[in-house]
Design a protein. Structure first.
Length: 136
């Protein structure tokens, strides 16, 4: 459109300028007739340099794949750590329940022993807590 602009100041100054702009257009280089966007400039570079653009695309895709793999690995580690923590918590709760059950059994046996001891010796006043603290 620059070649047929109504205002002479906005047209090509010479036919050589028009020829150079046409040559740029045919070789996928930026033209002077209008501003070119970054996307158009990148596309022209890709068309002019197919080998380099292929290598660049492969490199970018490889980096994206590595980043995704790294994030996925970190996610799996986090899930594994959460599962281990939950398993340890369950084990701790189970062990605490077993310990409480054992203590209850021991207290019951000690109470029974105290009752038997009182029946044999009426002056003894030992409680299960006294016996436990005395054993430790």
């Amino acid at each position: 459109m620059k070649a047929i602009e109504h205002d002479p100041k906005q047209r090509y100054a010479t036919a050589i300028d028009l020829a150079e702009d046409l040559r740029r257009f045919l070789t996928d280089r930026p033209i002077l007739a209008r501003p070119i966007t970054r996307l158009e400039r990148a596309w022209m570079w890709v068309r002019r340099n197919p080998r380099e653009s292929t290598w660049l695309a492969a490199l970018v895709l490889t980096l994206i794949a590595l980043a995704c793999g790294t994030l996925f690995t970190l996610f799996l580690r986090e899930e594994r750590d959460r599962a281990r923590t939950a398993e340890l918590s369950a084990l701790s709760a189970e062990q605490a329940a077993n310990l409480a059950k054992r203590e209850a059994t021991i207290r019951g046996l000690l109470s029974q022993a105290i009752v038997e001891q009182k029946s044999e010796q009426p002056s003894s006043k030992a409680s299960p807590d006294d016996l436990i603290s005395g054993a430790t």
